[in-house]
Design a protein around this ligand. Structure first.
Ligand SMILES: C[S@@+](CC[C@H](N)C(=O)[O-])C[C@H]1O[C@@H](n2cnc3c(N)ncnc32)[C@H](O)[C@@H]1O
Length: 228
């Protein structure tokens, strides 16, 4: 089933089949961070975990050469469809994080990966939760991305990553630095718990990830740059 969703002004409209992540607060925070970057016709952009292609399309609209990767076939097909409907060129490929583009380098990597701490210690193999669940600490994919991003960036290139502060901002900054990048938090936004966090409040409390009464989380943008 395909639904139509308005994606807040500049994003236009994207087709959204069931099971494909609907752009939301984290997508918008990352889109705002993308807007602050110098992006033009010569810019090679990689969107890792593209979902509907919302961010890939935003970069393509500014003239960038965009590659978009997602683990699910449905997201890849949706991104291709949304690019075609918008008259934009986006190369959308299926695969695991940076694996489909190994050997290539980009000026800008965008990622809104799954980052929600989950009762299941492993990544889900099927279902919509593949878009958000990421192990007990929410870091199963973030850590892999932090460890490997530098090798996919041109000198002077940057990674823009969004995640919840629940998964540990210092851990991301340390990991990126150990991976060879300089990294800092460039934006923050506090948002109410969505339905997924609200539904696992007890589990989050038991694991010391939230305090009694917490009903908001902080989203952060981390910008990590490779030296020139
Ligand atoms: C939070 S959604 C973000 C979607 C979109 N970028 C946005 O901001 O609206 C995370 C996306 O990552 C994809 N994903 C999950 N695991 C992945 C992996 N190992 N490699 C690539 N993509 C993955 C999911 O299928 C989902 O589309």
């Amino acid at each position: 089933m395909i639904g139509l969703i308005s994606t807040y002004g500049q994003g236009g409209r994207v087709m959204l089949p069931r099971g494909v992540y609907a752009p939301q607060g984290d997508s918008l925070l990352l889109r705002d961070a993308l807007d602050r970057e110098e992006v033009g016709t010569g810019t090679a952009v990689l969107d890792v975990g593209t979902g509907s292609g919302f961010l890939a399309l935003a970069a393509a609209r500014r003239g960038a050469r965009v590659t978009a990767v997602d683990r699910t076939r449905r997201a890849v097909l949706t991104t291709r469809l949304n690019a075609a409907v918008a008259g934009l060129r986006v190369e959308a490929v299926r695969g695991d994080l940076l694996a489909p583009t190994v050997g290539r380098r980009f000026h800008l990597i965008l990622s809104n990966p799954p980052y929600v701490p989950a009762p299941d210690p492993a990544l889900p193999l099927r279902g919509a939760a593949r878009a958000w669940d990421a192990g007990h600490d929410g870091r199963l994919l973030i850590d892999r991305l932090c460890d490997t991003a530098a090798g996919s960036l041109h000198p002077g290139g940057a990674l823009l990553l969004v995640h919840s502060a629940l998964c540990g901002v210092p851990a991301t900054l340390d990991r990126l630095k150990r991976g060879g990048l300089s990294a800092e938090v460039t934006d923050r936004r506090t948002v109410p718990f969505g339905p997924v966090l609200a539904s696992r409040r007890e589990w989050l409390l038991d694991h010391g990830l939230i305090l009694p009464g917490d009903d908001k989380e902080e989203l952060v943008i981390i910008r990590a740059e490779r030296s020139r």
